[in-house]
Ligand binder design. Sequence first.
Ligand SMILES: [Zn+2]
Length: 256
Amino acid sequence: MSEFGEGAIDSHCHLDFKHFDKDREAVLSRAREAGVVMMINSGVDLATNRKSLELAKKHDFMRATLGLSPNFLEGLSNQYLQSQLDFIKENAGQAVGIGEAGLDHYRCKDEVARNRQVAVFQKVIDLAKSLDLPLVIHSRDAEQQALEMVKDLDKVVFHCYGGTMDTMKQAVDRGFYISLATVVCRSGPHQVLARNVPLDHLLVETDSPFLAPKRGRNEPMNVLESVRLIAKIKGLSPSEVASATTRNLKKIYSIP
Ligand SMILES: [Zn+2]
């Protein structure tokens, strides 16, 4: 048995992005060989939703979530937005969840644009609810507001969580999941979150190609570095963290 027991799951990545066009299959093989048994690829707009579905169809160890990121709304007409929502609805049967979607106040400082993020996020929330699928939230500097907006949902993942301890506790109290990205390997505040998040509400992710443990392009294999570090922080073995986060992920996404 390896250090990671039955293996770990990268709960959020973007392997369809152009960053991987030259060596996508090699990246996947490396991850698999290292002990990453599954990867969830999240769409952020129409093109990436399509590609996420293709990847999930091609590889039995991949799953897709279909989303509409707050960072991809600029200049989009309402009509085009609606067509994106329709695509998600029509293809939801091939996805394990809805998202990423949410609020990004870190990148977006403009009031009008922030209001549009709220309006679009609300539509995605309604969709997740009507489809009874888990919702993957992207929230930056707006975690509490995002949390208030999903009060009616019971299956929620805070992807790449980096908010306050207080909001995290509220999310956990509601039964939501906190997904920590590989940035935990180089961020003190994330390490404090890692110490405090209950193991049965924790997921791990890379958010590849972003948030690498040591800068540069990230890839799913690196999720194992997080597992190793979080285990150390929590006084557990890597295989205990790997198996708990795998169990949590399969539960939230209803994966057998
Ligand atoms: Zn993402």
